[in-house]
Design a protein. Structure first.
Length: 346
């Protein structure tokens, strides 16, 4: 990455929710205010194509780091990802990170399943092989063929997003960096970091040398109670996706059914957020939402958020990227608030 590694790097998650040229204005504003990175999610039915948007961002900025958070190996073949990543990296030398995950909102709307740990391991191996310029043996209905990527780009860091223990260990073992999806709760974060370090040590790597980036919902506010009610769908989704034990460690008891009706396409990416909040309120009351905001998210005044960010860095976190609530508008308010009050406090 292009910025100094000796301090906490603060990034912003920017969904490609509008034309690429308009999204670039958002990224450029983040760059102006001192954000270190902009991370773009990949979900082909929810947003514009992530690599098209990254291309525009690479051409429209000069310093800010860029990355996928995250693309996947289910809707995109590893060879396609390798070519797209190489193409972006050429336009933003030293500024691009390829973040990979299991799929989630990319796979569910088209009836596919999330990638398994074994598939993630093989996919990362294929990507690294191709980006290094080496041949890979592909096997398909047409038979077996050995191929390579012309004009490779070996320097692209491959980061793995993970929350479960198997993928956390895999990330520590084989990835160039880890995107932790556990939020900023000290208890759950410590457990996630331990699994990453287990994987790194098992592979003979220096565990502390694997950079850790934490994703966290953030809002600069002096009314946490009101803000917390808006993130009930996020808390409910974490519980529904196997995170109930992590929530319980923080005293949040939430039991969400496997099937949630009435929200499209899902609670976290709901097109009608007010409806999602109402539906999630059946399982997440105001007290639980407040506890979730205080424990797992970065909600509070600028000084409070800055203090928590400094604590994360002291615990070994290399970077964070902040998320706003909502999927179909750029995080302009969050960029302005953090840029004006939190980043200067750091």
């Amino acid at each position: 990455m292009s910025r100094a590694a000796g301090r906490l790097k603060v990034g912003i998650r920017v969904p490609p929710c509008d034309r690429a040229d308009r999204i670039v204005r958002t990224v450029r504003r983040a760059e102006e205010l001192g954000f270190d990175s902009a991370w773009f999610p990949d979900s082909q039915l929810l947003w514009r194509d992530v690599f098209t948007t990254l291309t525009a961002a690479a051409l429209g900025t000069e310093q800010i780091d860029l990355g996928t958070a995250v693309t996947n190996l289910a809707t995109r073949h590893p060879a396609v990802i390798a070519s797209a990543a190489r193409s972006v990296a050429e336009l933003a030398p030293g500024r691009f990170t390829l973040g990979l995950g299991v799929g989630d909102s990319s796979v569910a709307p088209v009836g596919l399943r999330r990638s398994t740990t074994a598939e993630m391991r093989e996919g990362l191996t294929v990507l690294r092989t191709l980006l290094n310029g080496d041949e890979w043996e592909f096997t398909g209905p047409g038979g077996t063929v050995r191929s390579r990527l012309r004009d490779p780009h070996p320097a692209i860091p491959l980061h793995l997003a993970a929350s479960g223990p198997r993928n956390l260990r895999l990330a520590g073992e084989v990835a160039d960096g880890v995107i932790l999806l556990s939020g900023v709760s000290p208890r759950t974060l410590a457990g996630a970091m331990d699994r990453v370090r287990e994987g790194a040590r098992a592979a003979g790597r220096v565990a502390e040398a694997v950079p850790l980036t934490v994703s966290a919902y953030c809002e600069v506010t002096d009314d946490i109670e009101a803000a917390a009610r808006r993130i009930k769908p996020i808390c409910a989704t974490i519980a529904r996706n196997g995170g109930a034990p992590f929530l319980a460690l923080a005293g949040i008891e939430v039991d969400v059914p496997d099937v949630v009706d009435g929200v499209y396409p899902d609670l976290v990416h709901a097109e009608d957020w007010d409806t999602a909040v109402r539906v999630a309120s059946a399982w997440v009351d105001d007290a639980a939402a407040l506890r979730f905001a205080e424990e797992f998210c970065l909600f509070g005044t600028a000084d409070e958020i800055a203090r928590r960010l400094r604590a994360l860095h002291a615990d070994g976190v290399r970077g964070v990227f902040l998320q706003h609530v909502g999927s179909y508008d750029p995080p302009l308010d969050l960029i302005e608030a953090v840029g004006a009050s939190v980043l200067p406090a750091l």
